[in-house]
Design a protein. Structure first.
Length: 212
């Protein structure tokens, strides 16, 4: 087990579990953490595709991911509308690159562009719908659960950290039925757990918690 595998695996499990189960209730706290993890992975992927660096294999790769993660975390912490767009756009991006990488449609830069387009569609759609609570819960439950399963698969050696280059959904598809089933079971359980608070203490995302 490589050091980068241990670090990324533990981050995926810790941040993913919190995001999956408390994504709505602690949205303003957990979204920046999730944005950092997403930015870390996406930045490392772009570093590999654009600069020819290995995925989390060099200092430059880690540096690009770390800086990009911090930028997204800061944006999602201060700006309400940016946070909503980022929450949905990240899911669309991961689904986009995962789907096209799994089926071998396009390579490298083309897949990244496709992921950005799908992410933009998700972001615009969520923004137009006015951020319903259900969307936030679904996005957080499913993306967080995917991160958790990926982290576990990395730590037990079923997949390598490089598999995240296909996105957190693409790496699950590549692992086969075990990872996919585990992801679905955890995602549904996390969604049901979050739904306990709807209609009680939580009815929407708290906009007043944001500076802008």
């Amino acid at each position: 087990m490589s050091l980068e595998g241990i670090i990324v695996g533990l981050l995926a499990i810790g941040i993913g579990a919190a995001w999956a189960t408390y994504g709505l209730k602690l949205f303003t706290i957990l979204l920046p953490l999730w944005a950092f993890f997403f930015g870390l992975v996406a930045g490392a992927q772009w570093g590999q595709d654009v600069f020819g660096q290995g995925f989390f294999a060099t200092t430059l790769s880690w540096g690009i991911g770390f800086v990009f993660g911090l930028v997204l975390a800061a944006i999602s912490f201060f700006w309400y509308y940016a946070a909503i767009v980022l929450a949905a756009g990240a899911i669309g991006y991961m689904l986009g690159i995962g789907f096209f990488d799994f089926f071998g449609i396009g390579t490298g830069f083309i897949v990244v562009v496709i992921g950005l387009i799908v992410g933009a569609i998700f972001a615009i759609g969520t923004f137009m719908l006015g951020v319903p609570v259900l969307l936030v819960m679904v996005f957080s439950a499913f993306s967080g659960s995917a991160a958790v399963v990926n982290g576990v698969l990395i730590l037990i050696g079923r997949i390598k950290v490089e598999s995240l280059n296909d996105g957190i959904f693409g790496s699950l598809f590549a692992d086969g039925i075990v990872g996919t089933v585990a992801f679905l079971v955890i995602a549904v359980a996390a969604l049901m757990y979050q739904m306990r608070d709807v209609g009680q203490s939580i009815t929407t995302v708290d906009r007043s918690a944001y500076r802008y």
